[in-house]
Write a protein that binds this ligand. Structure first.
Ligand code: PXP
Length: 248
């Protein structure tokens, strides 16, 4: 069975659109609450909860992550940039998983995978610190042989293959090319001893193909689940994605 990590960042995006400046004393009135989204997702069968604590704090806040740590019953996956401040935060918080992602201030959402080759020493430092603390690290990378091989060499237990280029190529002839890159990347990562996750841009349509990638352990899915939840409610949107991921 492929596991589902529900990324709740976009629930926080909606909250921040209205309540960015709200005082802490107004907490009870502030909606939608991403922690509630997480708990409802767990009730519907989510295997883990994923959040990206960005340096610019544009959606998820530090207080959200601390509340999630206290209340999530499955597994907490903290996506973060590879910086000393975030490493210190993760070591204190102790999520089950950390996913290292690139962070550009101007991007609307994460674009492109982490360049492990270019940031080799910083990534090594972070993976070593997490391994020593018993936190499992995943590197969010493009399905590029060089990135995959180095991820294994740096002793990261997981990679998360970036499915964004594939998702963006949805209605173009490049879709098949991008899918083949993901398939070959997954085979290579598995052969190198890495556990393979995937994420970004996965939706209720492309999941039919994504789920056929070999060796998948977990998919991290956010935008499509949060969007559908507006119409069907959180539990139904999570349940339906999990069903589509594991058909047959
Ligand atoms: N995985 C990673 C590493 C991400 O940064 C994100 C969010 O951009 C996702 C998965 C989820 O992507 P989406 O919201 O497009 O499902």
């Amino acid at each position: 069975m492929i596991l589902l990590g529900v990324n709740i960042d976009h629930c926080a995006t909606l909250r921040q659109a209205r309540y960015r400046e709200a005082p802490a004393s107004a907490a009870g009135a502030i909606e939608p609450d991403p922690v509630e989204f997480a708990l409802q997702s767990e009730l519907a069968g989510a295997d883990g909860i994923t959040v990206h604590l960005r340096e610019d704090r544009r959606h998820i806040q530090e207080s959200d992550v601390r509340r999630l740590r206290a209340q999530v019953r499955t597994r907490l996956n903290l996506e973060m940039a590879c910086t000393p401040a975030m490493i210190a935060f993760a070591l204190e918080l102790k999520p089950e998983f950390v996913c290292l992602v690139p962070e550009g201030r101007q991007e609307v959402t994460t674009e492109g995978g982490l360049d492990v080759v270019k940031n080799r020493e910083r990534v090594r430092e972070c993976v070593d610190a997490m391994n020593a603390a018993g936190i499992r690290t995943s590197l969010f990378i493009d399905p590029d042989p060089e990135q995959i091989d180095l991820s294994a060499e740096l002793r990261a237990p997981f990679v998360e293959l970036h499915t964004g280029a594939y998702a963006h190529a949805c209605f173009t002839p490049e879709r098949a090319i991008e899918f083949e890159r993901l398939r070959a990347g997954s085979e290579r990562a598995h052969a190198a001893g890495l556990t393979v996750n995937a994420g970004h841009g996965i939706n209720y349509e492309n999941i039919a193909e994504v789920r056929t990638l070999p060796h998948l352990y977990e998919l991290n899915i956010g935008h499509s689940i949060v969007s559908r939840a507006l119409f069907t409610g959180v539990q139904e949107s999570v349940r339906e994605m999990k069903r589509l991921m594991n058909l047959g």
